[in-house]
Design a protein around this ligand. Structure first.
Ligand SMILES: Cc1cc2nc3c(=O)[nH]c(=O)nc-3n(C[C@H](O)[C@H](O)[C@H](O)COP(=O)(O)O)c2cc1C
Length: 366
């Protein structure tokens, strides 16, 4: 069956990135995927715009096995900015449906990343004066962020400590957003559980100082994040795969270690998560920043025991990186900035003849 869905001439180890991967009932035609990247280009209430159609359309024609639509909020107060995408009303679902139909028709598989920003909520867009490190207060169109503990992220507002009623509402929002994502036509759903968003804040002792059942040792700090995943699974069809982007570690003394995160990954897999997408750091500005090629993929083998498939992003920007990463380190890769620079990056990295891999509409260019 493999040869039916991939375009390159061989299936030797060196070309493993271009072979299909099946997760539940969904077959991804290859393992080179677009990483979620916020465009801050939604209309006022979080509905996709023509920018999103053009942006994701170009990447859908670019030979990727999966096109992941950027971090999309499950509720208005869980957005990072007023320009984030959302999935909490019918107008948004209709807008996302335009994206999924277009991505599917043009030849890729549509995924969406759901986001719950926690204390990293209510800030400016990167190109505005305020920027992402400045809080937008409620009287200027922002809102009160919620987090496990009232510990702010540098430059942003002090979040309110989440009550159990807030937690119940969020679990309902997550389940509803998963149903909305299915109605919109997405084939894979990812929860953003890294980069210091709420899921990550609950897990890390650097952000979770609670003394109730949602704080304490690692097992206690995992309780609410695992409840978030169960809520998504309840709203997401059995036959479709669920992914979670997690930090492989906090990269700061006193924070989450790789050993902690392998325990979390096993817990996620037991809750019905099919794919662990590895990131790292970003909980606090002081966390170390990794920048070498394949920096998150290198953690991959440590997470295999979770039983889930493993993917990672982070400085994967050449054909050699793909061959190094898949299958030795991870089962699939998410590519980010290389695809902002060039929507056809994957077609070039494939290194096969244009006649085999480029859209037929473009072949006279070669
Ligand atoms: C403009 C931009 C927006 C991003 N938005 C998101 C996002 O919505 N969700 C997320 O998990 N990561 C986000 N990221 C991180 C990327 O998905 C990716 O993990 C990171 O850039 C590392 O991969 P790369 O080296 O291939 O770019 C964003 C990165 C960029 C450059």
């Amino acid at each position: 069956m493999r040869d039916d869905v991939h375009h390159c001439g061989t299936t030797t180890g060196a070309r493993a990135a271009w072979t299909p991967l099946r997760l539940r009932d969904v077959t991804l035609p290859n393992r080179v995927w677009m990483s979620p990247m916020c465009q801050y280009s939604a209309e006022g209430d979080g509905t996709p715009t023509d920018w999103h159609l053009a942006h994701y359309g170009a990447r859908a024609a670019g030979g990727l096995g999966l096109v992941t639509v950027e971090c999309t909020a499950v509720a208005p107060d869980m957005r990072t900015t007023v320009r984030d995408l959302g999935l909490w009303n019918d107008q948004q679902i209709a807008g996302h449906r335009r994206l999924t139909e277009m991505i599917t028709t043009i030849g890729s598989v549509p995924a969406v990343q759901l986001g719950v920003a926690g204390r990293k909520s209510s800030h400016g867009v990167p190109w505005d004066n305020a920027g992402t490190r400045s809080a937008i207060p409620p009287d200027e169109g922002g809102w009160q962020p919620l987090a496990p503990s009232p510990v702010p992220f540098a430059g942003l507002a002090v979040p309110a400590e989440m009550s159990s009623a807030d937690g119940e509402r969020l679990l309902d929002d997550l389940e509803r957003a998963a149903r909305a994502a299915h109605r919109a036509g997405y084939q894979l759903l990812e929860l953003h559980g890294a980069n210091g968003y709420l899921f990550h804040e609950f897990l890390s002792p650097l952000a979770n100082h609670r003394t109730d059942e949602w704080g304490g040792d690692l097992r206690a700090r995992m309780r609410f994040p695992l409840a978030m995943v169960r809520a998504l699974r309840a709203g997401w069809p059995e036959e479709k795969p669920l992914a979670v982007r997690i930090p492989a570690e906090d990269l700061l003394d006193g924070g989450l270690t790789v050993e902690d995160m392998t325990v979390v990954a096993a817990g996620l897999s037991a809750c019905g998560v099919d794919l662990i997408d590895l990131s790292s750091g970003a909980l606090v500005p002081e966390a170390r920043r990794l920048s070498e090629p394949l920096h998150n993929a290198q953690y991959g083998p440590l997470f295999r025991a979770s039983g889930a498939a493993i993917a990672a992003s982070g400085e994967i920007s050449s054909a050699a990186h793909l061959d190094e990463a898949v299958p030795a380190l991870v089962d699939a890769v998410f590519v980010g900035r290389a695809l902002l620079r060039d929507p056809y990056w994957a077609l070039r990295a494939k290194d096969s003849s244009p006649a085999e891999s480029w859209p037929r509409q473009y072949r006279r260019a070669f």
